[in-house]
Design a binder for this molecule. Structure first.
Ligand SMILES: Cc1cc2nc3c(=O)[nH]c(=O)nc-3n(C[C@H](O)[C@H](O)[C@H](O)COP(=O)(O)O)c2cc1C
Length: 163
């Protein structure tokens, strides 16, 4: 049985692509050891993270994450006793905005992160957030496995070839 945790937090320091990439890589290595899977999304200074795994490991990890000075956790949801993992292949996948465009999910996530739905109707908000997570789980194959850094060099190459 697995525990699922989703939260939204506000960054307390600047997070650029390199900082996010490093955070996801380091976290991924650690999560693999404790059998945690999930993803991290960052937009307009807010994080959305989803993690899943054995109950104790998930709770302990969430304690560590909550205490991290790089952010302040604002909203947190948790369910226990789930029969399966939703993202068995992602120890901590850093999801970028452009990767969610194809799935039309970027607005759904930003709605939660912008706090549009938060506090207004917590039960509705909670239901929508789990729905969004399952929707992403169903469509995860459409997101390429390997994402290198969004190459400014690639963009430059296209521009150069147009000159
Ligand atoms: C938004 C955010 C998400 C994080 N997610 C994870 C995670 O999934 N797994 C993990 O081990 N650490 C994660 N961390 C890092 C931990 O909070 C903590 O810094 C790290 O585990 C400490 O590692 P250390 O004891 O090796 O220094 C996250 C930090 C932030 C700010």
């Amino acid at each position: 049985m697995f525990t699922r945790i989703a939260y939204i937090s506000e960054a307390t320091c600047a997070m650029d692509d390199q900082a996010l990439k490093d955070l996801a890589e380091q976290s991924s290595q650690k999560n693999r050891k404790i059998e945690i899977t999930g993803y991290l999304y960052f937009c307009r200074n807010r994080f959305f993270q989803y993690i899943e795994g054995p109950r104790e490991a998930s709770l302990q990890l969430m304690d560590v994450i909550r205490a991290d000075a790089r952010h302040t956790v604002k909203e947190e949801l948790m369910i226990h006793g789930q029969p399966k993992r939703l993202f068995p292949g992602w120890n901590l996948r850093w999801l970028r905005q452009m990767e969610l465009h194809a799935l039309h999910l970027e607005h759904t996530i930003s709605d939660f992160m912008g706090g549009k739905l938060a506090f207004r109707d917590i039960a509705y908000w909670e239901q929508r957030i789990w729905e969004m997570i399952s929707q992403l789980a169903e469509n995860q194959q459409q997101i390429p496995v390997k994402t290198g850094p969004i190459g400014s060099s690639n963009i430059r190459r296209i521009l150069d070839s147009e000159l």
